[in-house]
Every structure is written in structure tokens, then in C-alpha cells.
Design a protein around this ligand. Structure first.
Ligand code: MLT
Length: 252
């Protein structure tokens, strides 16, 4: 069996050996949920960028620029960071450059030495698990957190992904053990529990409630998001495995 680990914050990633591992970067509210939604709705590619000025410069190359800081759209950018901006193929065939508070930084920090970088979301949980189960590779789940701090939603995603990989991956990492247990404890009231999370409250204060519910939808899309030459693209995964809903997933 392959190993799976969980890094709970980008400020801890230097403590992990990512060499030759598949790193799954997760930012449930909202960066990776938005990126998966955009790719599933026909966006050609997404270039994640750590800072605002570098991202703004992509506009001159014909990119759509999207930016968010502290949950709010960045000034002068065409888009903020809502997954709902991309539904109904609103940006089909376009290239997007995006910068966010935590998610794009976590992607940047995952690059050195890793074999592959995927982006994870509840929206495509099972297809990501199917892909990882087929790949003979150790996995590190990298939670974007909030400005270096632990956050609940990314960590629970880690627990859900671990739970969806019962036969291909095992762990002897306390982060993985804790997140699997936390997910088992809250898989039946996940939405209610995560509506109490600090960033959910931040988004509610900005009247961005609809994004929270959307980001907590399971298995809406059947694509994985993979970083290829610094651009995120969509890939489909052939699988024989059935799609599992949260309540039917039992612990190890
Ligand atoms: C982030 O990168 O911190 C998040 O995606 C923030 C957000 O979109 O609200």
C-alpha cells in the first residue's frame, strides 16, 4: 500500500518531503472549488499566481484575470473568486490567471520536488480518489488553511479523501489519523459543521452564502485538476469504481 500524509498549513510544508509524491492542494472555501468548477465548465487553463501585480499583468496577454484578498474581489480584476462565476460555461475556451489569499500560495509552495500537483475539492472528491488509487504513488494532502493557520474545511476534505482511499493508501501520520477521525465524526452533519468554520463566517459577513453551499456539494464534477507546465488543466479519469456518497463511506 502507498502512504498518504496531511500537511495542515503552507507554513508547515517545509517539514514534509514532497519528493516524488502527488500533492493534492485543497482550498475548499473557495480557491480549488472555484478552479475545479471553472475547468469543469470548459475553461481552457488556469494559471495560479501568488501576487496581485503579476496576475494583473496577464490581462495584457488576453487572459481573464481573477483575484481575491480576504474573501473580497481584488480591485480592478474582472472576476473575484466565486465558483458561481464559471457555471453555464460562462468562460468556455478562455484562459484564466488567478490569485487568491491562500490557495494559489499553497500551489506555489507545493511545486519544488513534487511528482505531480492536483487540486482537490468536495465537488470532485471521488474522481480524485479514483485517480490516486490507480497511481502507484505516495500522496501528500496540502491544506491551504488561512494565512498560515489551520482551517476546518480543508482538513475535513483531507479526512474525506483518506476515507475514500481504503485499499490503495495507508498512513502513519497523526495529521491523517486526526483528520480521518474528524471526518468520521462529522460526515453526516458536514454542511452544518462547516458553516461554523471561521472562513464560512467571513464569507457570510460578505453575503457570499451561496458559494459556501456550492463548495460543499459532493461529486458534482467528473474531472481532476492537474498542474501541467504551471497551468491547471482538466483531465478525465476512466474508472470502474462506483461513486460513493458521504453516508455510505465507512471507516477503515
Ligand atoms: C483563499 O485562497 O484564501 C480563498 O480561496 C479565499 C476565498 O476565496 O474566499
Amino acid at each position: 500500500m502507498r502512504q498518504i500524509e496531511v500537511c495542515l498549513s503552507p507554513d508547515l510544508i517545509h517539514l514534509y518531503d514532497v519528493k516524488d509524491k502527488i500533492v493534492v492542494v485543497v482550498d475548499i472555501f473557495r480557491a480549488t472549488s472555484t478552479m475545479i468548477t471553472a475547468l469543469a465548465n470548459g475553461v481552457k487553463a488556469i494559471t495560479p499566481v501568488a501576487d496581485l501585480e503579476t496576475c494583473r499583468a496577464f490581462q495584457h496577454q488576453g487572459f481573464v484575470i481573477a483575484g481575491e484578498r480576504n474573501g473580497l474581489p481584488a480591485e480592478g480584476f474582472e472576476l473575484g473568486n466565486s465558483p458561481l462565476s464559471y457555471v453555464n460555461q460562462a468562460y468556455q475556451g478562455r484562459e484564466i490567471a488567478v490569485t487568491t489569499t491562500n490557495g494559489t500560495l499553497a500551489i506555489e509552495k507545493s511545486k519544488p520536488g513534487s511528482a505531480e500537483i492536483l487540486i482537490g475539492a468536495f465537488l470532485n472528491l471521488q474522481v480524485t480518489a479514483n485517480y490516486l488509487a490507480q497511481r502507484d504513488c505516495d500522496v501528500l494532502i496540502h491544506c491551504a488553511g488561512w494565512k498560515g493557520r489551520f482551517n476546518l474545511e480543508d482538513s475535513l476534505y483531507a479526512g474525506a479523501l483518506i476515507t475514500a482511499l481504503p485499499t490503495s493508501h495507508t498512513f502513519n501520520c497523526d495529521g491523517a489519523l486526526a483528520m480521518e477521525a474528524l471526518y468520521q465524526a462529522h460526515k453526516d452533519d458536514l454542511s452544518a459543521f462547516l458553516h461554523k468554520a471561521s472562513h464560512a463566517k467571513r464569507l457570510q459577513n460578505h453575503n457570499i452564502e451561496a458559494d459556501i453551499d456550492f463548495c460543499l456539494t459532493f461529486n458534482k464534477f467528473n474531472i481532476i485538476g492537474k498542474l501541467v507546465n504551471d497551468k491547471l488543466i482538466a483531465q478525465t479519469v476512466s474508472t470502474e469504481q462506483t461513486i460513493l456518497e458521504p453516508s455510505s463511506i465507512t471507516s477503515r
